[in-house]
Each structure stands twice: as C-alpha cells, then as structure tokens.
Design a binder for this molecule. Structure first.
Ligand code: 2YC
Length: 270
C-alpha cells in the first residue's frame, strides 16, 4: 500500500488538475460520469440527498495533512452533502452516526472505505481505484474486448484490476517485481504472468499501472494508453510524447468510484 503524502494531494481540494476536463479529453466522461459507469449504472443521479461524514483516523502513521479535506472536496464535487467530522477515530465515527450520515468515509494505513450506514455495506479504495482506472482505460481505448492489456503490480489494486479487465473482455498479462505474485494471479484468474516488465511495457499499447513503477519513455510503445493510479507518478518527456494518453490523479478517481458505488447500495434498491 503506497501511502500518500501531503504534497501529493496538495491540489486536490481546489481540483488544481481540473480532472473533469482531463477525463473528458481522454475518456469522454466527467469524473462523476466515470464513477456512475464504474458502479454499473447508466443515467445521471442527483446525490444531494446523501450526507457523508469523512472521519480523520489517527491510528498507525497517523493523519495525512489534507487527506480528509481532499476526500471531502472530491465527494462534494459529486454533488453529495459532505463534511469532515470534528472528532477523529471512534469519536468522529460516532459524530457522523449522531448527525445522521448516510455514509462514513475513513482510512487507516491499510484500508480506505466508504461505509453505507443505511445498508450496512462498504466499498473499499482498492476496488474503487482498480474499477475507476479500468473504466478510464476502456473509454480511452474505445473498448477492451479482445485487446491485450498489461497490468503492472499484483498488489491490492492490481489484483482487483486483472479480474475487472478480464471481465471487460481483455487479454490480460500481469507483471510484478516479485514474479511469484504475478504467477499467483495467473493461477487464480487465468491471466498471463510475464517476468520482464520492460519488455512487457514495450509490447503493450494498453497498460494499467498499479505499482510505483518508473516508465522510461524509451521503452514505451508509440500511441500507448497508460491508466496509472500508481504513486509516485513519473513519465519523462519521451514517454509523454509517445503516449496517446496518460490517465493519472493521486486520489480522486478511486475515491469518486467508492463513494458512488457505496451510495448505489441505497439507490439500487428502488
Ligand atoms: O488522514 C487520515 O485519516 C489518514 N489515516 C489517512 C491514511 C491513508 C493511507 N492510505 C493512502 O495513503 C493510500 C490512499 C490512496 C488510499 C489507499 N492508500
């Protein structure tokens, strides 16, 4: 699990990267539109009736400066009625319940969840990130049916991504710095474990990067599309020139998907 730092998310509250415009340009959707697709729904929804409490968590390595404020801003941009609790941890959770929150969002060092209080169901950030970046890749590529896709990283996000991408009809290969982890996914999900990361990158035009991988432009395929939640995030000038699209943000895509998917536990009932 790669831990965010305050400077990685510094621009998220005011949407400095204007993610809606970036996704509209590369994938043809807004963040909200992508998240609704990722949650398996079609039409637009008005989430303004959803009250969301974001609870700062001090356990383990503690609060990340700006993290709760970033999650709160992302959820507000989806049209939900969100706030950061005054209290942290159990006190903050209890405050949210007392205030009648429909959803509680909180993260410690290993898990980040959106808990739907009404339905007693949760969506986690690993699934949300894998699904969100897979939907972005599919939209940018005009569909993945029968296409070769490389997943880099067999961790929490990569493990979800190989299943999701296979479900979208892609021919999935997976590589990890610990080859046995890629082989384990090959056994479990019938995807292809590949050992040489650089060779795999050079041979794939569609990549979901779920690792803090470096991407020297000299090995990237011309016109490749890289959907990359991995942090830290670095592409050199050659890489930016060769890529048709590089889809990245430090937190928003995964957070938007988990919030919308968790909200739909309530909406899918009707
Ligand atoms: O500020 C807080 O409440 C902290 N307890 C938050 C810790 C988040 C740790 N996780 C991460 O930095 C990344 C995020 C992208 C979500 C999953 N891993």
């Amino acid at each position: 699990m790669t831990r965010l730092t305050p400077d990685m998310i510094a621009g998220v509250p005011e949407d400095k990267i204007d993610l809606d415009s970036a996704l509209m340009r590369m994938c043809g959707t807004t963040v909200k539109g992508m998240a609704i697709q990722a949650a398996g729904m079609e039409e637009d929804y008005d989430f303004s009736s959803f009250k969301v409490a974001v609870v700062p968590i001090t356990s383990g390595l503690g609060v990340i400066g700006g993290f709760a404020q970033s999650v709160d801003a992302i959820v507000k941009r989806l049209g939900m009625n969100s706030y950061v609790t005054k209290g942290t941890d159990v006190q903050g959770f209890s405050e949210g319940i007392r205030d009648g929150a429909d959803m509680i969002m909180m993260a410690d060092d290993t898990m980040f969840i959106a808990y739907n209080v009404r339905e007693g169901k949760q969506t986690n950030n690993s699934w949300g990130t894998a699904m969100g970046y897979s939907v972005c890749l599919r939209n940018a590529a005009g569909g993945l049916e029968g296409k070769d896709v490389l997943v880099i990283g067999a961790g929490f996000v990569g493990t979800e991504a190989v299943q999701i991408l296979k479900g979208m009809g892609a021919n999935v290969s997976v590589t990890d710095i610990i080859f046995e982890k890629a082989q384990a996914l090959e056994k479990r999900f019938g995807v292809k474990a590949v050992k040489d990361k650089e060779e795999a990158i050079s041979k794939h035009k569609l990549i979901l990067n779920a690792a803090p991988a470096s991407f020297p432009g000299r090995i990237m395929a011309e016109g490749c599309i890289v959907s990359t939640p991995g942090v830290p995030h670095e592409f050199d000038e050659e890489g930016k020139r060769r890529a048709k699209a590089i889809i990245h943000d430090p937190l928003e895509i995964g957070t938007a998907v988990m919030a919308v998917n968790s909200a739909f536990y309530s909406l899918k009932k009707h």
